[in-house]
Write a new protein. Structure first.
Ligand code: SF4
Length: 158
């Protein structure tokens, strides 16, 4: 897997203070995409074991407490990312108790493949659907366009 950016401290992409990982690779080609540079699966930087270890350490940092982590992109559920995202999500569940996991995807929850469902079974919140420029609304919270849905998979709605 490749990633574009990692924010060890982020207060914009999900509730509370979080870590955010923007992975590379997206096949949705939404018109008006704000992040076209992430479409190629090999753009950005290789996601290494060191980066995974750093994320785990940041989530367990007691000086700056993170509520959890956000996966965005690109698309964390792109086939090229599934193995590494699943491995990282499993590590977070095992090594970072109490941290929540939010994920943005252009795929629809109802249409996920078994491999994608293996990942979403372990996360708290999935915001799904492509960005639709005609439905864009800056007043929406956590969503770019009104077709997108916030699915609270393991926790009550905020
Ligand atoms: S899903 Fe997101 S990253 Fe992918 S094309 Fe659409 S807006 Fe861009």
């Amino acid at each position: 897997m490749f990633y574009h950016q990692y924010y060890p401290i982020d207060v914009v992409n999900g509730p509370g203070t979080r870590c955010t990982l923007f992975v590379s690779g997206c096949e949705h080609q939404c018109r008006g995409c704000y992040n076209q540079s992430t479409w190629r699966t090999d753009s950005g930087h290789p996601f290494t074991q060191e980066m995974a270890d750093r994320i785990i350490a940041d989530l367990n940092d007691t000086k700056i407490k993170r509520r959890g982590i956000t996966f965005s992109g690109g698309d964390p559920l792109h086939p090229a990312n599934q193995a590494d995202v699943l491995a990282l999500v499993k590590r977070i569940r095992a090594e970072c108790p109490g941290k929540d996991i939010w994920m943005w995807t252009g795929y629809l929850l109802a249409e996920l493949t078994p491999d994608q469902q293996e990942i979403t079974a372990l996360i708290d919140v999935l915001v799904d659907g492509k960005f639709v420029q005609e439905l864009a609304d800056p007043s929406l919270v956590w969503r770019g366009s009104s077709n997108q849905v916030i699915h609270y998979l393991r926790q009550p709605a905020e």
